[in-house]
Design a protein around this ligand. Structure first.
Ligand code: NAD
Length: 424
């Protein structure tokens, strides 16, 4: 076994839970192995020269429905990584109660090195190479790291061209990809952050927290971090620190108490200055007087009630776990707490809400988009968000009740809920 394999590590974590709860070992072993991993050559012309990129699609398991999961464009994409990410998607879809299995794919490429035209050629050629295994009831990709609705739109367009013999109707062709701009879903952009706050509200209810007296620090102010901050503030929580790749900001009064940030003002400032760094200024449009710059490492160690890592994986590790002071962690990024750090923090009494539950609002919205396309309808944003809130509440309650019944923590209970659904 390759000790650096993320897939092997994820597999072991699942096996541990399976062993503890006597889940049928043979069935579990069979589930863990991806159904199919396709690796393809993607030749495109760059400066009149043919360059071969490698593309992947891991179809992990479809016990519950079509394979579902993103496509990432990143230089580190490889077979092992897509296998691990597709396994997590199987678990995430199951914990969210969706009729989807797990999939993940991508291309080993640094998209910043390509022109827009080259990026379009690469996206279209990828679809030509994996066309046969995609379909509304087979495998439904979505955007992921460094891919976006524009890239998905090119892919859909190519997919439509390939449907020459009319295998699929137009609405089914659109249902084969989610995260589109054309025939996409109103509310998809904010869905992950919104879903995370739906979970946050349930946590507050269960743990009897008063939002007005609950402080939150959020690492990452991109799609997920910003919407989480915005919806959490609107729900009355005190968002007191946010950060991006260049660092974070907090505000304190003369006695050193945290002052909640004005999230729309912070957002406008980030848009204007390009990073939160520039928002610690004296007056001006951002009006962050009294603000203070902090590093991302300092943000993780703030004495807040709730810490929300919403940027990168592996930010809470053996190196900094002793310094974490928050009593609750809501994992909005994928894999922000390493397994060792997670075990240590749980033992210390920290309440961790795992990524496969907390950030499943994104894939839940993808499900609504898929359904909308299959039915040939266009849903209203307010209806989408209402439905999403209900789906997140149900997913949370299920995991919470399982945790109570088994006298365990939410990460383990999430795995258990997912595995029981899949193995059934
Ligand atoms: P994004 O690119 O929109 O935002 C990422 C944010 O992280 C940015 O603010 C960036 O400045 C910040 N960041 C980058 N490097 C950093 C560093 N070293 N320290 C601190 N901050 C840093 O990405 P996103 O869509 O918001 O995704 C964030 C995380 O959530 C990822 O782990 C992603 O896999 C996960 N996720 C996203 C979705 C979704 O729907 N977007 C769904 C599920 C999970």
């Amino acid at each position: 076994m390759d000790s650096n394999s993320i897939y092997q590590k994820s597999r072991e974590e699942v096996l541990e839970v399976g062993e503890k709860y006597n889940l049928a070992e043979e069935k579990l072993e069979e589930f863990l192995e991806p159904d199919r991993v396709l690796e393809v050559k993607i030749p495109i012309k760059i400066d009149n020269e043919l360059v071969n990129f490698r593309g992947f699609r891991s179809q992990h398991n479809n016990n519950l429905g079509p394979y579902k999961g993103g496509l990432r464009f990143h230089q580190n994409v490889n077979k092992d990584e897509v296998m691990a990410l597709s396994l997590w998607m199987s678990l995430k879809c199951a914990v969210a109660g969706l009729p989807f299995g797990g999939g993940k794919g991508g291309i080993a490429v640094d998209p910043k090195q390509l022109s827009e035209k080259e990026l379009e050629s690469l996206s279209r050629e990828y679809v030509r190479r994996v066309y046969e295994i995609l379909g509304p009831q087979k495998d439904v990709p979505a955007p992921d790291v460094n891919t976006n609705p524009k890239i998905i739109d090119w892919m859909v367009d190519e997919y439509i061209k390939l449907n020459k013999n009319g295998e699929y109707k137009t609405n089914e062709l659109y249902a084969t990809f989610t995260g589109k701009s054309k025939k996409g879903l109103a509310g998809r952009t904010e869905a992950t952050g919104f879903g995370g706050v739906a979970v946050l509200k349930r946590i507050a209810e269960k743990l009897k927290l008063d939002p007005q007296n609950t402080t939150i620090a959020i690492m990452g102010f991109g799609n997920v971090g910003y919407y989480f901050a915005d919806f959490a503030s609107k729900a009355g929580f005190k968002v007191v620190a946010v950060s991006d790749s260049k660092g974070g900001i907090i505000k304190r009064d003369a006695k050193g108490n945290f002052i909640p940030l004005d999230i729309p003002l912070v957002y406008d400032c980030k848009m204007e200055k390009g990073s939160l760094n520039g928002c610690y200024c004296a007056g001006g449009v951002c009006d962050m007087r009294g603000g203070q710059m902090i590093t991302n490492e300092e943000l993780l160690q703030l004495p807040v009630d709730i810490l929300v890592p919403a940027a990168l994986e592996n930010v809470i590790t053996e190196n900094n776990m002793q310094n974490i002071k928050a009593k609750i962690i809501v994992e909005m990024a994928n894999g922000p707490v390493t397994p060792k750090a997670s075990h240590y923090l749980i033992k210390r009494g920290v309440f961790i809400t795992p990524d496969i539950l907390a950030n499943s609002g994104g894939v839940a919205a993808s499900y609504i988009e898929w359904e909308q396309n299959l039915k040939g309808k266009t849903y209203k944003k307010e209806d989408v968000l209402k439905r999403l809130e209900k789906m997140m509440k149900e997913a949370f309650e299920n995991v919470w009740n399982t945790a109570e019944k088994e006298n365990t923590n939410l990460p383990e209970a999430s795995y258990l809920v997912a595995l029981k659904r899949i193995l059934k």
